[in-house]
Design a protein. Structure first.
Length: 327
């Protein structure tokens, strides 16, 4: 797509926080172009710099959460450029809690504590780990598994992967919350985003759930352009999936059926069927709730905590790989 911009800053600013930027040329140009826009790693765009000969590529900003590090590795594999890794946990081959949270689709409760945990790990000190969910893969040596949440106090700070916020949360524990909710929605045409948000918050709040634990919104395909739903999904960064009536009808069981809705849409219960279909056979924790202009249903999706070994080459290792040497 061609676009007309008045300056490099304007070009970067148009997509900041949404797009990934690869600058080919001097790193200084990239730094000056993004400097006024940089806020924090949780919202900044991934930024990479490659020299004009394609010899080196640097993940300059948002290496973990934005994926600049992974993008650098992909470009390296395609072009032979050496990725210049400067992130401490990557260089030292240590567990990175921010990357772990991203790969498992989790919300980080305390950004400052996440940094403190990374610093502790880099010092060679162990961190306690507890999960409400089954754990798969090899636990990093930097983590000490705990069978109970309360036992994390033995190795503060610690990490806890939880379904919900505990009634008595311990200080010094980084709480991670997976996005395990599938919310199905049916609504009248033109319902405002604010009303959708209010009702979703109300339903989830009764069970101690948070809006940022929603992993997917779902409805019938005739709602694919529903502005209120789209605006809500966009604000919270939630995928919005729609299904045909035929697809929704493949769901075997719902708690209620409406002939009126079926005559209009081709299916008898949009919200429950959509939530169950998008939720991949999870558990229906809130059956269809009817409000004046919309209906909601919520499914708790099944969840596993996965530890995977992601290859994170240092510049030297990458250079050796290019030359066919063994590390």
């Amino acid at each position: 797509m061609l676009c007309e911009v008045t300056s490099m800053y304007d070009w970067v600013g148009e997509g900041w926080g949404k797009d990934t930027y690869l600058f080919i040329g001097a790193a200084g140009i990239a730094v000056r172009s993004i400097a006024p826009l940089v806020k924090d790693k949780f919202t900044d765009s991934p930024v990479l710099v490659m020299d004009e000969k394609g010899g080196y590529i640097i993940p300059l900003l948002s290496s973990h959460l934005g994926g600049a590090g992974e993008t650098a590795r992909i470009i390296s594999a395609l072009t032979g450029a050496v990725p210049v890794v400067t992130t401490a946990t990557d260089l030292n081959r240590k567990f990175a809690v921010d990357l772990f949270a991203k790969e498992n689709g989790m919300q980080i409760s305390d950004r400052a504590l996440a940094k403190e945990i990374s610093a502790r790990i880099l010092q060679g000190r162990a961190v306690g780990f507890y999960s409400d969910f089954p754990v798969k893969g090899n636990l990093p040596e930097e983590l000490l598994i705990k069978q109970e949440y309360r036992k994390l106090k033995e190795t503060l700070p610690g990490i806890a992967v939880l379904e919900k916020k505990p009634e008595k949360a311990m200080e010094g524990i980084l709480h991670l919350y997976p996005k395990i909710l599938s919310v199905g929605i049916g609504c009248r045409r033109g319902v405002e985003k604010e009303k959708i948000e209010q009702k979703i918050r109300s339903v989830l709040g009764r069970g101690g759930w948070k809006t940022d634990q929603i992993g997917v919104l779902a409805s019938i395909d005739r709602k694919a352009d529903e502005k209120g739903i789209l605006d809500f999904a966009s604000e919270y960064g939630i995928p919005f999936r729609t299904y045909t009536a035929g697809e929704l009808n493949t769901v075997k069981q719902v708690t209620s059926s409406s002939d009126f809705v079926k005559n209009i849409t081709g299916t008898d219960n949009v919200c429950e069927r959509a939530a169950l279909l998008a939720g991949q056979s999870g558990d229906l924790i809130y059956k269809k709730e009817t409000f004046r202009d919309l209906t909601l249903a919520v499914v708790r999706m099944r969840c596993e905590v996965i530890f995977g070994e992601t290859k994170q080459p240092t510049p030297r290792m990458a250079d050796q790989e290019r030359k066919g040497e063994k590390t």
